[in-house]
Ligand binder design. Structure first.
Ligand code: COA
Length: 322
């Protein structure tokens, strides 16, 4: 058999914590509004940390937890929309920092679904090309990509990184099913432009490199598409929703998670949440939540991971923990 196991997890967050109360001293908002509309109490924001340093720290912890040397890593994929550089890739910088000298490296941009997309790519490449160990990282510093006068976005996002090491196995398979998708008709509902320099030739207008979002439309998309995707992945694995022990959704909004639980008729206690502590960390959110939830997993637990976001993208995978 050709199976895939998860052998290591890592997480990293900036030191600086920003509470709703502190935020409401310089943004026209309140702890009550943010908590009741999103479930967020605080988030961490980078002061000296970068996507590169957060991703590197998460990767180092994942290697230790996997008891693996960096030289054993065949590939590094970093899912991010906020890298400091598009060249080199953050993945190349991480590989250099941890000493993953044999690894092929690239970044992947699928916003808050990025970790699931990167996992699908990693798993396919392991099965197709026989790579043994692949490090997948979701890492973001969004706090410096926000318009801090737009209270509809700046209260939501936070910074962090999470890392997972997948290993090819002849004995065991933990990844039961995976699906990804895109509804490109909603491509401009969440945006983060890249600022271009003026040139003697280019006449296009440069847009501010800050996140823009139509929150209501994104809410409707998420609460419609995520339940469909979860049902598809669970059915593809010939299981039913009662067999799922944990639902780890992208931590975008506590109300989105509650609505998905209700639509699937699943008790909301089975939906893990750490959004209260970190806000929406985009591609980092699922591996960070997996890391935080993993201390509660029992061997044999069946776990759904589901991401959704800009693109509009979504992706869901089903794991059996061991
Ligand atoms: N503090 C206080 N008031 C705020 C506010 C804030 N941070 N942000 C918006 N408001 C106000 C608005 O100005 C509006 O006031 P008005 O009625 O006087 O015009 C009111 O609150 C309602 O605004 P609205 O945007 O309709 O709120 P909402 O209930 O839709 O909640 C979101 C806004 C962003 C929390 C919600 O739409 C959401 O979470 N959407 C999904 C976004 C998401 O998950 N994005 C990431 C996907 S990866």
């Amino acid at each position: 058999m050709i199976g895939i196991k998860i052998i290591g997890l890592g997480k990293s967050i900036p030191q600086r914590c920003l509470t709703n109360d502190e935020m409401s001293t310089f943004v026209d908002t309140s702890d009550e509004w943010i908590k009741s509309r999103t479930g967020i109490s605080k988030r961490h924001v980078a002061v000296t940390e970068t996507v590169e340093t957060l991703a590197t720290m998460a990767a180092k912890e994942a290697l230790v937890s996997a008891n693996l040397l960096a030289d054993a890593i065949d590939m590094v994929i970093v899912a991010t929309v906020s890298a400091e550089t598009t060249m080199p890739s953050t993945a190349s910088l991480v590989a250099r920092n941890i000493g993953a000298n044999r690894a092929r490296c690239f970044d992947l941009s699928a916003a808050c679904s990025g970790f699931i997309f990167a996992s699908e790519v990693a798993i396919s490449m392991m099965k197709q090309s026989g790579y043994k160990n692949i490090l997948v990282i979701g890492a973001e510093v969004l706090s410096n990509r926000l318009d801090w006068e737009d209270r509809g976005t700046c209260v939501i996002f936070g910074d962090g990184a999470g890392a997972v090491i997948y290993q090819l196995s002849q004995e065991e398979n933990q990844i039961l099913s995976i699906e990804t998708g895109t509804d490109a008709s909603g491509a401009e509902l969440i945006t983060l432009p890249v600022q271009a320099e003026e040139s003697p030739f280019y006449k296009g207008k440069s847009k501010r490199p800050v996140i823009g979002m139509d929150g209501r439309k994104v809410y409707v998309f998420a609460t419609t598409k995520v339940p469909e995707s979860i049902e598809k992945v669970v059915t593809n694995a010939k299981l039913s929703l009662e067999n799922i022990d944990w639902f780890i959704l992208h931590q975008a909004n506590s109300r989105i998670m509650d609505s998905v639980a209700q639509k699937l008729s699943v008790p909301k206690e089975r939906f893990f949440k750490n959004i209260q502590d970190y806000g929406n960390t985009s591609a980092a959110s699922i591996p960070m939540a997996l890391y935080d939830a993993s201390s509660q997993f029992k061997s044999g637990d069946q776990i759904v991971l589901s991401g959704f976001g800009a693109g509009l993208t979504w992706g869901t995978m089903l794991l059996r923990w061991s």
